[in-house]
Ligand binder design. Structure first.
Ligand SMILES: Cc1cc2nc3c(=O)[nH]c(=O)nc-3n(C[C@H](O)[C@H](O)[C@H](O)COP(=O)(O)O)c2cc1C
Length: 322
């Protein structure tokens, strides 16, 4: 993405990256960059509507090009977020990547400009349209929203933009490739979802598996390996990275960077130091001096049709179990 990182390990967006103390510690433990906790599109829109109503009451018409920062009440979550960006920029040397969680190409996209003006080095869009939306016109129109959001945001900013996605697409490979060719600088594979469970005593819906496990690595590892060499931008791997070995595996699959979130909750922020140490020791043991010497070595870039390859592996695996 044109950013200089001292380590490929990035602190992914989560509650951990929503305050300056944690961000400073993460830098101390050796992260290459930080992705701030996401601001939700709904928060931005609600805030803008509130400001607009106030302005209209005082006879002021809200212009889309107005300095949003000046329009936001200082106690708002949005104003806090802008302050977090500027604090992070002031106190950190590592790149600061802001994040917006969005589901539409509504008027929030103007806000991307404010994020840039606040000093963010890059913007990560966490786009997740609910596949459970029965009101969507058609899969094609549904997917078009991803492209609309990206285009509108790219029109607003000159900082690099990355897009964090789910794997809920019919033709995941082709869709990721098309999205990677829109002018974005990075794809983040993958997002993590709310996973529901039932509490049998209270009969309530409760979240489960909020944090990932090391076993969750397989899905992102597989898709990083499939997409390496086939996309028009860099890939950042996210999900299931809990130790240095997982970092190395994602780099071998072809990731440019590797994001960590759950492991910071489970092991503490210092886990990053262990990952960097393991990566350095492993590289030394293999006589590698740079990441480029082995990045993508285990990818599927040389495989003509990963679908056929996958099918063969699947059949082989199940035969071996019989
Ligand atoms: C508690 C928690 C909060 C998260 N909040 C965000 C968020 O605000 N924005 C976002 O893009 N991802 C968020 N994520 C997703 C992580 O950035 C990451 O993509 C996902 O957890 C998979 O990586 P992991 O296995 O290292 O946790 C959150 C994850 C967790 C566990």
């Amino acid at each position: 993405m044109g950013l200089q990182l001292s380590s490929p390990v990035i602190a992914g967006s989560s509650g951990i990256t929503d305050n300056i103390e944690n961000l400073k510690q993460l830098q101390e433990f050796g992260v290459g960059a930080v992705v701030l906790k996401s601001l939700f599109e709904e928060e931005i829109i609600a805030e803008l509507e509130r400001s607009q109503t106030q302005m209209q009451r005082s006879g002021f018409t809200f212009p889309e090009t107005a300095e949003m920062e000046d329009l936001l009440p200082s106690e708002s979550g949005v104003a806090d977020y802008l302050e977090l960006i500027s604090h992070a920029k002031k106190h950190l040397n590592v790149p600061v990547i802001a994040s917006v969680n969005c589901i539409s190409s509504q008027k929030w996209t103007h806000f991307a400009q404010t994020i840039e003006e606040q000093g963010a080095d890059a913007l990560e869009l966490n786009v997740f349209l609910m596949p459970s939306d029965f009101h969507a016109a058609s899969p094609k129109e549904f997917e078009q929203t991803y492209f609309d959001i990206i285009q509108l945001v790219l029109d607003q900013v000159s900082i690099p933009v990355s897009v964090k996605l789910s794997y809920y697409f019919t033709l995941l490979g082709k869709t990721l490739k098309a999205i990677s060719e829109t002018g974005i600088s990075g794809l983040v594979l993958f997002n993590r979802f709310f996973s529901p469970d039932y509490d049998l005593e209270t009969m309530n819906l409760v979240p489960t598996n909020v944090l990932s496990h090391p076993g969750d690595l397989a899905q992102s590892l597989r898709w990083v390996a499939i997409m390496h060499g086939r996309v028009g931008c860099e890939i950042s791997a996210s999900t299931g990275v809990h130790d240095g070995d997982a970092v190395i595996k994602q780099l071998l699959a072809g990731a440019q960077t590797v994001q960590v979130a759950s492991c910071l909750y489970r092991e503490g922020l210092e886990a990053v130091r262990g990952m960097n140490e393991r990566l350095a020791t492993w590289m030394q043991s293999k006589n590698y001096e740079s990441l480029e010497q082995f990045r993508g070595r285990m990818s599927q870039a040389g495989i003509k049709n990963p679908a056929v390859y996958d099918r063969v592996q699947f059949v082989k695996n199940f035969r071996a179990m019989e």
